[in-house]
Design a protein. Structure first.
Ligand SMILES: [Zn+2]
Length: 161
């Protein structure tokens, strides 16, 4: 039922090597990016969250979701809500590509909790930090047991087809 696409190629980055090479990269439409960042700003001081859809490495749809935890330091998405959105997007031929959430006052670095949760190798995880005046948006993917940075490139929607 769920269509998962493996993103990025597995490489031989060892656990100890720390700063891994950027083997994964995504393209995101500017509109989706704005939707994501605006949602996070709106719900601040709580953590914002949502789902990312598209095809392959191209994120074309951003769906903000309710943070069931209503917390400034954690988030969760109700599974019924997740499934409903998932169904709706798949009818449109989109794949579930990732999850985003915000860190209202912390840097865009995965917390310990994030690390435990970000374990699906088929997904891209985006963290939006609102700690500074300029939002800091960073992507991550899981490779083996390690989270590695993923490059996010913005493009106008018209150029994505
Ligand atoms: Zn987090």
């Amino acid at each position: 039922m769920k269509t998962f696409k493996r993103l990025g190629k597995p490489n031989n980055v060892s656990k100890a090597s720390g700063a891994a090479e950027r083997s994964a990269s995504f393209v995101m439409c500017e509109h989706g990016y704005t939707t994501m960042v605006d949602h996070c700003k709106e719900v601040k001081p709580l953590e914002g969250c949502g789902l990312l859809f598209g095809k392959g490495e191209v994120i074309t749809t951003v769906i903000p979701m309710v943070n069931e935890n209503h917390s400034p330091v954690s988030f969760s998405i109700r599974s019924e809500a997740l499934e409903a959105v998932m169904k709706e997007r798949m009818v449109r031929g989109e794949q579930w590509l990732g999850v985003f959430h915000s860190h209202p006052t912390a840097p865009a670095i995965p917390s310990e909790t994030d690390r435990l949760m970000m374990d699906d190798e088929s997904l891209c995880y985006i963290i939006v930090s609102l700690a500074l005046r300029q939002p800091d948006v960073r992507g991550y993917v899981t490779e083996g047991s390690q989270l590695v940075p993923a490059r996010i490139t913005l493009q106008p929607k018209e150029s994505l087809s």
